[in-house]
Design a binder for this molecule. Structure first.
Ligand code: ADP
Ligand code: SF4
Length: 676
């Protein structure tokens, strides 16, 4: 039964000529699928609609070859394949009674046009915003007229395909319409440049064109970045961001407002809380009578209801919360609040788009696999063979395998050596900024505790003999991995002899024991892992009052975190904490108080002060149990053991997302009757 406090979230909202059935609005978000994986894209959006999102939007939808962001996989309205793909998406959304929205885009100087090979377009001559050795050409009046026509044609095509809401998009520092608004890109001297009204002109014209073309049948949405967090150098919510809303007030049917660029809009939980955009967007409703949608990683129905009742938003926008739990609206509707799989704000979903592959999600292993593998986020076919299954290890892989097996009706015993559930997720969630990651553990534990089929044992370190004695026909090893202390990683592929016999701390040591303020300083972190761990430990050490030196063979701190949109924030935070950064260096020697580091290009060495060395390089699977069981394979049959399978980090160390996926994949493919 629905809690009446949340009734407000289920009220319909009129958006011009169409009506959203409720206030749950999946704002446009990339999937890494776009025009290249049309069936996958359609199935993903269809599942969102099935889960109760009243409006489901596409990702960026390019309107013309001059807006080609290949090899990124966005949607396309400029070739037949792209149009057919979008038809599938619209049908999948409509099949569940939701409205379909299309985010039309021209990417201006954000387009490299690597596939179409035409020169990019911009308000004024400018280098493109990638590293490509390429310039965009300033548009003349004929180009502006062409652009207006392309946008109008795309809107007409979108209406014909069946879209209910059509976007006019000026956001994320990557759309031509925003480029015209911004002084830093627009140095025109004609009526499209200079004064605020002139820079707004094209946006106003395209909005009017779109309304005139399709406003009879479609709601017209503006997506606008009201603040770029650049101060006077960009749009601000109390400057021109506000002025734009005031100027266009009731002209669109819907305002979709957010922060720019993408790294500001999709901040991770390491850097922001739920509802973090409210201070920037709250003003919008005071300037318009039209509905307003905004985002801010909303996962709690209380926060959502408050945002609506306090007059900040009319529609709760979500990308990541809808990825982590496509059925979030239906769960609120049905009073199943504890079943909501809350987004942890890690941006692994974003990394799919950034690395040009279909989306994936730490919390929701079915995300991106709705069509390719036929995985539904809420259902799994029942198993004929109910096991029992013995799962060893209660980290993300073991928890997810056990949870999904139980969902399939299997009997499961889950044994964990330690005193708490969650494995690495519990340990990592105690590090600075990573508290929300504990949701990976908490959701799975909550589900397992509801099931009579799950028996769960803490403080149960199992041996091979224990497992044979237990006699479960199916044994799943999810025993995890341990960080190594011998320096082996990307830069150093073999153990470093000078580290042997020395006290070298690993992330496991710091996660277990913390870092003592009295530990010998300075603390040198050698990060060859290149994602979040090294920088988080640097925060920990600096926070404990240590002089901290961050050595990495990479040119920047945590380069892979560019894929989660965090790199700049991470490096800025370390600089702010006074962490000394030594890029482009590997390790060459260690004495009691000095670390010798070596330039990755020249081989030249230098010494840095070091009382404590923390090595963050790579991990080794904890596969001792696997080795023991393999050694006594001949005893399995008598013991009744039919299969032993490694999953997660004990098979191959990777992301938490990979561990959850591995556990889920095991459970899906278990049993001869399984549909993978
Ligand atoms: P993953 O990411 O693959 O889930 P984790 O390292 O997070 O891996 O979790 C592995 C868990 O397995 C840890 O909590 C660890 O205590 C537990 N574990 C390791 N060996 C055993 C064992 N022999 N018996 C029971 N639990 C074990
Ligand atoms: Fe949220 Fe992380 Fe999933 Fe993205 S990958 S939706 S940030 S849990």
């Amino acid at each position: 039964m629905r809690d009446p406090r949340y009734d407000i979230l289920f009220e319909p909202v009129r958006i011009g000529p169409v009506t959203a059935p409720n206030r749950f609005y999946q704002v446009p978000h990339c999937t890494g699928m776009g025009h290249r994986y049309p069936q996958s894209e359609a199935a993903l959006r269809g599942v969102k609609a099935e889960g109760g999102w009243g409006v489901v939007s596409t990702q960026e939808t390019e309107i013309h070859p001059t807006s080609d962001v290949s090899p990124s996989n966005q949607a396309r309205l400029w070739d037949e394949a792209g149009v057919s793909a979008l038809r599938l998406t619209v049908d999948a959304i409509h099949a569940h009674g939701s409205l379909a929205a299309v985010e039309l885009v021209h990417n201006g100087l954000h387009s490299n046009n690597r596939y179409s090979r035409v020169p990019p377009l911009a308000p004024s001559h400018a280098v493109v915003d990638s590293d490509d050795p390429l310039q965009a050409r300033g548009m003349d009046k004929a180009d502006i007229a062409d652009f207006r026509r392309w946008h109008r044609d795309a809107a007409l095509l979108a209406r014909e395909i069946g879209f209910d809401i059509v976007y006019v998009y000026a956001g994320h520092d990557l759309t031509l319409l925003q480029h015209f608004l911004l002084k830093r890109y627009n140095s025109r001297t004609d009526e499209y440049g200079g004064s605020f009204e002139n820079r707004l002109r094209l946006f106003r014209e395209v909005l009017a064109d779109t309304k005139e073309a399709v406003g009879d049948k479609c709601g017209i949405a503006i997506r606008l970045a009201v603040d770029e967090l650049l101060g006077e150098d960009g749009l601000t919510h109390d400057g021109e961001g506000r002025d734009i809303v005031a100027a266009l007030a009731d002209e669109p049917d819907l305002w979709d407002v957010n922060l720019s660029d993408w790294a500001n809009d999709s901040q991770t939980s390491r850097f922001s809380e739920e509802g973090f955009q409210e201070p920037y967007i709250a003003f919008v409703k005071s300037l318009t009578n039209k509905p307003v949608v905004g985002v801010g990683r909303y996962t709690s129905p209380d926060t959502m209801a408050r945002a609506v009742s306090s007059g900040i938003l009319d529609l709760i926008g979500a990308a990541r919360p809808s990825i982590s739990d496509p059925f979030l609206p239906n769960k609120i509707r049905d009073g199943r609040i504890d079943d909501i799989r809350e987004c942890i704000g890690c941006n692994i979903c974003v990394a799919g788009d950034r690395t040009r592959v279909p989306i994936r999600c730490t919390q929701n292993p079915t995300m991106g696999e709705e069509w390719r593998r036929g995985w539904h986020p809420e259902t799994i076919p029942e198993l004929e063979d109910k096991g029992p299954y013995l799962v060893v290890g209660g980290g993300p892989a073991g928890l997810e395998a056990a949870r999904a097996l139980v969902q399939r009706g299997a009997e499961v015993a889950l044994a964990e050596a330690g005193t708490e559930w969650g494995g690495r997720v519990s340990r990592e969630s105690r590090l600075p900024g990573l508290a929300a990651w504990a949701r990976v553990r908490d959701w799975r534990l909550g589900q397992l505790r509801q099931s009579p089929n799950a028996r769960m044992y803490l403080e149960s370190p199992l041996t091979a003999a224990d497992i044979l004695e237990h006699g479960s026909p199916h044994v799943v090893l999810a025993t995890g991995a341990a960080w190594r202390a011998d320096g082996v990683g990307r830069e150093h592929r073999t153990p470093l002899p000078f580290l042997a016999g020395k006290l070298v701390l690993t992330p496991d040591d710091l996660m277990t024991r913390g870092i003592d303020a009295a530990a010998p300083g300075p603390v040198a972190i050698f990060d060859d892992d290149r994602f979040y761990m090294g920088s988080v430990l640097a925060e920990l050490a600096a926070g404990a009052g240590h002089r901290t030196i961050f050595v990495t063979p990479a040119p920047i701190v945590a380069p892979w975190s560019e894929n989660t949109l965090e790199q700049e924030r991470i490096q800025t935070r370390l600089i702010g904490l006074g962490v000394e950064i030594v890029p482009l260096h590997g390790l060459a020697g260690l004495s009691a108080d000095r670390l010798r580091v070596e330039c990755v290009y020249s081989g030249r060495t230098q010494e840095v002060d070091c009382g404590t060395l923390v090595s963050v390089t790579s991990r080794l699977p904890d596969d001792r149990l696997w080795e023991e069981l393999s050694a006594c394979r001949h005893e399995w049959e008598d013991a009744g053991v039919r299969s032993v399978t490694r999953i997660g980090d004990c098979l191959a160390p990777g992301l938490i997302a990979a561990a959850c996926y591995s556990g889920h994949e095991f459970a899906r493919s278990a049993g001869a009757d399984a549909h993978p």
